[in-house]
Design a protein around this ligand. Structure first.
Ligand code: ATP
Length: 473
């Protein structure tokens, strides 16, 4: 991110989408709260993901597992020993950076620095230091520490206090949601009897003690993940992996993200058990670069092997057709809900010059994601017959969707307010409409108005929703 905050960040706060957490106490780094429009948008994104991943499929089941899990979970998964980032501190201004991100400022690529050994990172930093090139991105000081490992696991304590703080007794807030899926895999098999391949999907909070350098909600210490683990026979992996890659990419296009702002990133270095790892990257204008939004990984049978070993439970799948028992392989799709929200805001945030020379800010969100689906106005706020009718219409529509009633300022100002929060339709009650039970409906993107019978309003807007939002990119 450049030094000057992107206008989207102040917009998100002033329009009630995203607030810095605990602001009256001076804030808490990399933690955010979501205001009225923010939570509505977030819920709509989650619903769109759930619809594609669970509702529209017959091979994926839902789950909501707890944040707290048995301490052994994270020992088995390798998180306790190895889930860390390389940290560099500025001795001058006390800012903290990830060594791999710092090196990216000097032209290093992800391929060179991602999961690179500490010795390698420090050698590169030393070379830059030697050439007097290495400076703190925040204050310009040359007084930076070497990189050291910093655990991302967030410790907690539940239950009765114990003096026994051995590693196997420490409870963590989960750093990812898929851990709960691996632990509930056996219960899902025993209760739902699914045939392979099948998936388990869940949405929930995850916590990471991230080393942060001003990335807004792209990278936070508390966030929500939406993950799906797909269990299959190893010989099914290649075909299913390609299919999921296609399906997930298509989802972004369906919800209005331009193809030119998306790309695949292929991980060159794979962990020993993985056979493929690709990320979908989006070109964030707010961050000035392509960045990962979703990971799609072929993970082999590593996860179930580890949890079988550490728990002693038999996690093998019994294949009725062949009479064989084996540990299924897993491929996963993993995406951050908050990160997706930033992507959709970034993609939709538009400033347009109008014919009369004025400007409007408009959030060109897909209509299914828009926080408010329609706003209802009386043409004049001092005419009770218009006000009553508009309130009646708002009450009727509210049963079906998020509606706002507004009678402040003139119609032009009301349109601008709704454009800013991405409301697809503005419905105005005028004197003609009182006579023939019609209203004018103004569309956010075309700004055209149509006269529509009140009895047809829902149908009119549902048709519009099905058509989606035409994108200009
Ligand atoms: P990064 O390289 O950005 O740190 P990662 O490779 O560690 O991410 P995964 O562990 O694969 O990420 O997590 C899957 C997804 O969860 C990411 O693609 C991202 O959308 C989301 N995610 C991960 N960490 C965070 C975070 N700190 N804040 C918000 N979203 C996150």
């Amino acid at each position: 991110m450049s030094d000057k905050p992107h206008p989207l960040i102040s917009f998100a706060k002033s329009r009630g989408f995203i607030y810095p957490s605990s602001e009256i106490y001076g804030g808490l780094s990399a933690i955010y709260d979501y205001g009225h429009y923010g939570i509505l948008l977030k819920k709509n994104i989650e619903a769109a993901w759930w619809k594609a991943m669970v509702q529209e499929r017959d091979d994926v089941f839902g789950l909501d597992s707890a944040i707290f899990m048995h301490p052994k979970t994270w020992i088995a998964s390798g998180h306790v020993d190895g889930f860390d980032d390389p940290q560099v501190d500025c001795r001058q201004c006390k800012s903290r950076f990830r060594a791999d991100h710092l090196l990216e400022n000097y032209g290093y690529t992800d391929d060179q620095t991602d999961k690179a050994p500490l010795d390698y990172l420090n050698a590169q930093l030393d070379a830059l230091r030697h050439d007097k090139k290495l400076t703190c991105p925040n204050c310009g000081s040359r007084d930076l520490t070497s990189a050291k490992r910093f655990s991302l696991m967030v410790k907690s304590n539940i239950g009765s206090p114990t003096d026994d703080l051995k590693e196997e007794n420490v409870v963590y807030l989960r750093p990812e949601t898929c851990g709960g899926i691996y632990l509930e895999y056996k219960n899902v098999v025993d209760s739902l009897h699914p045939s392979l391949p099948f998936g388990i999907a869940q949405v929930g909070k995850a916590f990471r003690n991230e080393i942060i350098a001003r990335q807004f909600i792209f990278r936070t210490r508390e966030f929500e993940q939406m993950e799906m683990q797909y269990f299959l026979k190893s010989e099914q992996m290649k075909e299913k992996y390609e299919q999921w890659k296609k399906d997930r990419f298509a989802w972004y296009l369906e919800y209005g993200i331009s193809k030119t702002k998306l790309r695949w990133y292929k991980h060159a270095k794979l962990v020993f058990y993985a056979s493929a790892a690709y990320d979908i990257e989006y070109n964030f204008s707010v961050l000035g670069n392509f960045k990962e939004v979703e990971g799609i990984h072929a993970r082999g049978d590593h996860d179930l092997t580890q949890h079988s070993k550490f728990s002693g439970a038999d996690l093998r799948y019994f294949d009725q057709a062949t009479g064989q028992k084996f540990l299924p392989h897993i491929m996963e799709t993993s995406v951050g809900l908050n990160r997706l929200m930033l992507m959709f805001l970034d993609n939709a945030f538009t400033t347009e010059k109008l014919e009369d020379g004025s400007e409007r800010t408009v959030l060109k969100l897909d209509k299914r994601l828009a926080p408010i689906k329609a706003a209802v106005f009386p043409l004049l706020r001092n005419k009770p017959e218009l006000v009553d009718k508009a309130k009646q219409i708002a009450a009727m529509l509210r049963k079906e969707m998020m509606i706002e009633y507004d009678d402040h300022g003139n119609i032009g100002k009301r349109y601008r307010r709704q454009d800013e929060i991405g409301t697809p339709y503005c419905i105005t009650v005028d004197f003609d409409g009182l006579k023939d039970e019609t209203v004018t409906v103004r569309s956010r993107d075309s700004m055209k108005q149509e006269r529509v019978a009140i009895s047809r309003l829902l149908e009119y807007m549902a048709g519009g929703e099905r058509r989606g939002t035409p994108k200009k990119n």
